[in-house]
Design a protein around this ligand. Structure first.
Ligand code: AMP
Length: 301
């Protein structure tokens, strides 16, 4: 089944307590797409400037990610984000955000993208997500991500978007911020009254929780030994999760949902083992399956 993602495409500058990388590929759409590509084809919509490197288009093509929906703005500069991780490698401070071409982004979906069955609105301004959704007809499943910035600065657009999606993925602090609730289960339940039929709350190194009116599932995080760069973990989780769901042809039973959460956990765990896409370029679906088996032994009881 076709899987479409719309999100930011970035050049990131990342500092950890021990290392720094400048202007490496990042953004919510690339992390999502690469993680999802282990499970099937992906269509990626985003915007970049003239500084976009053709080698990245080739990298995506090699991995089954269609970039026909990636607009390259002549004379423009790609979105830039820079962040610094604290000692615990969990908390990070944003040092700089240069919107550049992302600031005026009006997504125009290629004709063959408009009937995609699975749609993910990755982290970007909710108004951009709404513009994209207006061009999509009859999707089976629409899921969105969001972040504290949009909860703070674009609440009306975000509320409108929530009414039009089936699912929302967000982290625990964002769920509390969006609802004013102090506990994540209560926060997730409140989000279910805002539009989405299900909510997935990411709890970083504590795993993830799926909640709908009648179901609740939790998965722990994979106990990764090497965390080199956590950037993109959230988008990679969503990519593995949605990629697996799309590969299951619309099946949405409890076992499928739990497996989707597990595959998202696996792709996120690989993502953090290198800077940017370093680790992804080394692994195959087989590595994901092997780790899934290790995880199954650790987490089943
Ligand atoms: P994550 O670590 O999963 O939260 O995602 C990190 C990615 O989000 C980075 O590669 C950034 O380029 C991208 N990013 C950071 N701030 C924004 C923003 N305001 N809008 C869209 N993408 C962003």
């Amino acid at each position: 089944m076709t899987l479409l993602v719309i999100g930011s495409v970035a050049y990131d500058t990342i500092e950890t307590p021990t290392a720094k990388r400048e202007n490496i590929l990042g953004g919510s759409a690339p992390y999502f797409s690469y993680a999802a590509s282990y499970f099937g084809p992906v269509q990626m919509v985003g915007v970049v400037g003239e500084d976009w490197l053709p080698e990245y288009t080739e990298m995506f093509a090699k991995n089954g990610v269609d970039t026909a929906g990636l607009e390259i703005v002549k004379g423009g500069k790609t979105f830039r984000w820079s962040g610094k991780y604290r000692e615990n490698m969990n908390d990070r401070d944003t040092l700089e955000t240069q919107l550049n071409v992302l600031g005026n982004f009006q997504p125009k979906l290629p004709e063959n993208y408009r009937r995609s069955q699975f749609v993910f609105l990755a982290n970007m301004a909710p108004s951009t997500g709404l513009t994209a959704l207006g061009q999509i007809q009859g999707a089976d499943l629409v899921v969105a991500d969001t972040m504290n910035l949009w909860i703070d600065t674009a609440r009306n657009d975000l509320d409108a978007l929530l009414k039009r999606v089936d699912g929302l993925v967000l982290n625990d602090s964002e769920a509390k911020m969006l609802t004013g609730e102090l506990h994540i289960t209560a926060a997730a339940r409140k989000i279910l009254t805002m539009g989405p039929k299900f909510v997935i709350v990411k709890k970083g190194e504590h795993g993830a929780m799926f909640i709908s009116e009648y179901e609740m599932y939790v998965v722990p995080a994979f106990p990764t030994e090497t965390v080199v760069d956590p950037t993109g973990a959230g988008d990679s989780f969503a990519g593995g999760m949605m990629g697996y769901l799309a590969s299951q042809r619309g099946n949405f039973d409890g076992e499928t949902i739990k497996n989707a959460l597990v595959y998202g956990t696996m792709t996120a765990s690989f993502c953090v083992e290198g800077f940017g896409f370093e680790r992804y370029t080394e692994i195959t679906r087989d590595d994901i399956e092997k780790r899934r088996e290790t995880f199954r032994k650790i987490a089943s009881f």
